[in-house]
Design a protein around this ligand. Structure first.
Ligand code: KG4
Ligand code: ZN
Length: 332
């Protein structure tokens, strides 16, 4: 079975073809056209501009993803239909509907968050259930129990800013540019993580929820009215990154222990963060050595459509195709 995945939930126009053979996934193409260069000058994503650029790019991205694979060989079309920027999602959903209609092939609407978690299957790992997903993206921070693939129960989430959002906002405070995550983590590599004592919000609370807005405000007060040296900026980036990573790890280990999971899956754009990947792997190895740790390849952590295709496959197996005439884009 060959699945065409489409993703347009934010500022990446993406299309991918994933083949499923004997239960194993193989990425045949994975095209991502990023609009970062366009939105950078505004300091963040401008929804109307994003949607117009999806419209402009979509057909080229689909064409490249299909190159050599042939549209007629596609068996299933999967598209992220929620959550995200509504005008951006509409472009992907309506394109997917038109393709499925003209090909007379089944269509699946995929939840973008579930797709992030499904990215882990692209490497065909052996996953033992129950599994705990730590989903960290620009808009979400969630701890999710998975009893099997495509079964999700949220047990904790952020009460204010998402982890990625905190990276982006702190980068804005430090006037470093957009998107903040990759910039902060690059500068952090040359900084000292214990240079600034920043709070670890909710780290010792009994629940699985997160809060990152206080941490962002702590950075804001630290730098207010000051001109920081390059070394101080690097130290602050490292200290902030460590604070986020410490909270994410503490809550994940607590949930994994109490929920008695066999696997921990790290996913979402912030899962591209090397410090988080390394520190979480080390902490699991040290404190829960019987628990298996899985994280997608870095290029499958940030928004892409290969993850959409895999998630679409699981949804299709579970409940069959969506009604082409009823599927619509939704904000959440
Ligand atoms: O999953 P994603 O690509 O899009 C959403 O669904 O939101 O996540 C984007 C978020 C942004 O906030 C970005 O700053 C963050 O992921 N991000 C990172 C890194 N790469 C991307 N955060 C920390 N470290 C990174 N290396
Ligand atoms: Zn995403």
């Amino acid at each position: 079975m060959k699945i065409l995945g489409l993703e347009t939930s934010c500022d990446e126009t993406a299309a991918a073809v994933v083949e499923v053979k004997g239960g194993r996934f193989k990425v045949l193409s994975n095209i991502v056209s990023s609009q970062v260069a366009i939105h950078r000058r505004f300091g963040g994503v401008v929804p109307e501009v994003a949607a117009r650029n999806h419209l402009k790019n979509m057909i080229f991205v689909v064409d490249r993803a299909l190159h050599g694979n042939g549209l007629s060989k596609i068996d299933l079309v999967a598209v992220n239909y929620c959550p995200g920027l509504i005008t951006s999602l509409i472009v992907g959903v309506e394109t997917a509907k038109a393709l499925a209609y003209s090909l007379n092939k089944p269509l699946i609407g995929v939840d973008h968050l579930n797709a992030h978690l499904a990215a882990v299957y692209l490497d065909n790992p052996k996953i033992k259930y129950p599994a705990l997903g730590l989903l960290v993206s620009g808009g979400h921070t969630q701890l999710i129990i998975m009893k099997k693939p495509n079964s999700f129960k949220v047990i904790g989430q952020t009460l204010d800013d998402a982890a990625g959002e905190a990276f982006d906002k702190v980068a804005k405070i430090l006037k470093l540019g957009y998107p903040g995550g990759p910039i902060i983590s690059r500068l952090a590599q040359a900084g000292q993580a214990d240079a600034y004592a920043l709070p670890r919000p909710m780290i010792n609370k009994g629940h699985y929820d997160f809060s990152f807005s206080g941490l962002k405000t702590a950075v804001l007060y630290l730098v207010k009215g000051k001109k920081l040296s390059q070394k101080q900026v690097k130290d602050l980036c490292a200290s902030f990154e460590q604070a986020v990573v410490d909270v994410l790890i503490a809550k994940t280990l607590k949930a994994a222990r109490e929920q008695k999971v066999k696997t921990i899956i790290l996913a979402g754009g912030v899962a591209a963060n090397r410090k988080l990947r390394a520190n979480l792997a080390q902490a699991i190895q040290k404190e829960l050595p019987q628990v298996n740790f899985q994280v997608p390849a870095i290029e499958h952590c940030t928004d892409n459509a290969a993850m959409t295709a895999v998630a679409g496959y699981f949804v299709y197996q579970k409940r069959g195709a969506d009604n082409l005439f009823k599927l619509t884009a939704q904000t959440d």
